[in-house]
Structures are given as structure tokens and as C-alpha cells.
Design a binder for this molecule. Structure first.
Ligand SMILES: *[C@@H]1O[C@H](CO)[C@@H](O)[C@H](O)[C@H]1NC(C)=O
Ligand SMILES: *[C@@H]1O[C@H](CO)[C@@H](O)[C@H](O)[C@H]1NC(C)=O
Length: 136
């Protein structure tokens, strides 16, 4: 339980870092981060299927393997409305953690002082160390 939670945090940190580092190559404008909670086996099967698609439209930052445990998924703009419709149809609860990841990255850049990439990377590494300390 504890370890699983810690690993989730690390996954999110690593993913955020990945998003920041690859920002120059790709725009995340209008990409959203959804937290989706499966309430029964068919919900879980659906999420499991989504996580295996390789089109790049669904990027799982946090996987779920059991009912009532949420998944965090980055959704590409073209599939967002369809996914929301589907989730409402099958009554799978979700919340929007980040509405526009592209904007969020820009805000974070503006609010932070110019930091060389190497230092940012080191800071991220330190966070992970801290998390490891907490769970060990
Ligand atoms: C998941 O994928 C399998 C194989 O493609 C398919 O048979 C099944 O209906 C899908 N399940 C859901 C819930 O979409
Ligand atoms: C899961 O919940 C949805 C919405 O309540 C329902 O339509 C569906 O039949 C349920 N599936 C299972 C396997 O219980």
C-alpha cells in the first residue's frame, strides 16, 4: 500500500519531468490530465484497453489494476469530447486534474526563475530521493 503510493508519486514526477523536457519538441496545448475511477470490471477492462493503445492519444501517468483505484491519464485534444461522452454513458467517475497541460507548463516556466536544465533535472532527482526516504 505504502510502496504503491510512493511509486505513483514517482511516476507522476518522472512523467512531469518528461513532459517539461520534451516541451520544445511538442506542444501540449489543450492536452488534459484526467483522474478516472473504475467502478466495476467493465470499466477496468475499458481502461486496460485504453492503456494498450499506441496511438499516443492516451498517456497513462498512473495505471489502475483494481476497482475504485483511479488512473491518471493525459488525453489528447481530438479524443477528449468522445471520451467524456463515453465516461458519462458508462457512469465512470472522472475529474479534471489539469485542464490545459500546455498552459500549465507555460505558467510554471514564467513563475520560476531561469534555471539551467541540468539544475532542474537535479532538483527533480532530489524530490524522488525524498519520496524514497519517506517510503523506506
Ligand atoms: C477490450 O479489447 C478487447 C480486445 O480487443 C475487446 O474484445 C473488448 O471488448 C474490449 N473491452 C472494452 C471494455 O472495451
Ligand atoms: C458497470 O457499470 C455500468 C454503469 O453503472 C453498467 O452499465 C455496467 O453494466 C456495469 N458492468 C458490470 C460488469 O457490472
Amino acid at each position: 500500500m505504502y510502496a504503491g503510493f510512493g511509486i505513483s508519486i514517482i511516476c507522476v514526477l518522472v512523467h512531469l519531468d518528461y513532459v517539461f523536457l520534451s516541451e520544445q519538441g511538442k506542444s501540449y496545448d489543450e492536452y488534459s490530465l484526467f483522474r478516472i475511477t473504475p467502478k466495476n470490471q467493465s470499466h477496468l477492462d475499458y481502461l486496460s484497453n485504453l492503456s494498450k493503445t499506441t496511438s499516443g492519444e492516451y498517456d497513462f501517468w498512473l495505471l489502475t489494476t483494481s476497482v475504485n483505484h483511479p488512473a491518471d491519464v493525459m488525453i489528447a485534444p481530438p479524443v477528449k469530447q468522445g471520451l467524456i461522452r463515453y465516461l458519462n454513458t458508462v457512469k465512470m467517475p472522472f475529474s479534471v486534474l489539469i485542464d490545459n497541460i500546455g498552459e500549465k507548463i507555460k505558467e510554471d516556466k514564467l513563475s520560476s526563475v531561469e534555471t539551467p536544465p541540468a539544475l532542474e533535472f537535479f532538483a527533480a532527482y532530489q524530490d524522488i530521493e525524498d519520496v524514497s526516504d519517506l517510503i523506506n
